[in-house]
Design a protein around this ligand. Structure first.
Ligand SMILES: [Zn+2]
Length: 304
């Protein structure tokens, strides 16, 4: 799940030479916590080698033979490409072992960003694509009941339908290894996550396995191909789940994604769409090519 990466109650045995934070699970986003010894202290650092800001919450508890310079939970945002200090551990009796139990979790996105009110979105398909609105706010809701999916839209399209970016941004998460789909909330969906310039995130989910032509960190324009629709994850029929998210932190420092309303534009000249469940639409983002006017009426079959 891209949304919250958890490190659950890792008990750290911290020696006086080095402090190791390790994890049993593999993480795909290049973020890590590590410690550096510095004249009788241990500096705990967070390193973000990825393309997105990371919200991290760290708990450092039950110190033995050590003091920590700030209370837990410690919540910070680590900008892309940066390493910042999380806390400093002072060893009470140098030369003796010390212990701290720790856990941390992190998620992609700066908390509490506000979506640009002028931001508009394309329907995330190529021109001329026929789509049906399967699920949208205001219609019968079967799976969009959480805070992260209230404003999500399900577009019913056949497997293999090209998906384009609805808004420009930077690719900050990709998952494309999953093949299974069905009525099981635990199944994982392939997805692409795009960071927009206002800090919101566009999520394109249930994509086809191993058919994502974009790369981690790539900048994408609206209308660019980012993958193909599928039926992976918690999905009972082929569709694209599209939602715009902003990260936020709750009082205990944990991250919670909130879905945001989306202004979809279509047609030429563009106008804002109000989507309703079971609407059938054809995408049309660009002006039609100019039609040459002939001096005498001709059938297309005659002229081309
Ligand atoms: Zn959905």
């Amino acid at each position: 799940m891209f949304i919250v990466k958890k490190k659950l109650q890792l008990l750290l045995l911290v020696s006086f030479f080095a402090m190791h934070l390790s994890s049993a699970s593999q993480q795909d986003y290049p973020f890590k916590l590590f410690a550096r010894a510095e004249s009788g202290k241990q500096m705990l650092l967070a390193q973000n080698n990825g393309p997105a800001p990371i919200l991290v919450t760290v708990n450092l508890l039950n110190p033995v033979n050590a003091t920590i310079d700030r209370p837990s939970p410690i919540t910070v945002v680590v900008p892309p490409g940066e390493t910042i200090s999380i806390a400093t551990v002072h060893i009470t009796v140098p030369g003796q072992q010390y212990k701290i139990s720790s856990s941390y979790k992190f998620s992609v996105g700066t908390p509490d960003v506000v979506q640009n009110p002028d931001a508009t979105y394309l329907l995330p398909f190529k021109d001329g694509q026929e789509i049906t609105v399967g699920q949208v706010l205001g219609g019968k809701i079967s799976t969009h009941s959480g805070l992260a999916s209230k404003y999500a839209v399900d577009f019913t399209v056949p497997i293999g339908t090209p998906i384009v970016a609805a808004r420009k941004g930077k690719v900050v998460d990709i998952d494309q290894n999953y093949s299974e789909g069905g009525a099981d909330p635990l199944l994982k969906a392939n997805h692409v996550l795009i960071l927009h310039e206002d800090g919101t995130l566009g999520l394109y989910s249930h994509l086809t396995q191993n058919r994502i032509p974009v790369t981690f960190g790539q900048r994408i324009e609206a209308g660019e191909l980012i993958g193909y629709s599928g039926n992976t994850g918690y999905s009972t029929g082929p569709h694209l789940h599209f939602v715009v998210l902003s990260n936020t932190r709750t009082t205990d420092g944990t991250a919670q994604y909130l879905s945001q309303p989306v202004k979809f534009m279509n047609d030429t000249p563009a106008h804002e769409l109000e989507l309703h469940q079971y609407d059938k639409l054809v995408t049309h983002h660009h002006a039609s090519p100019k039609v040459t006017t002939f001096p005498h009426p001709l059938h297309w079959s005659d002229s081309l």
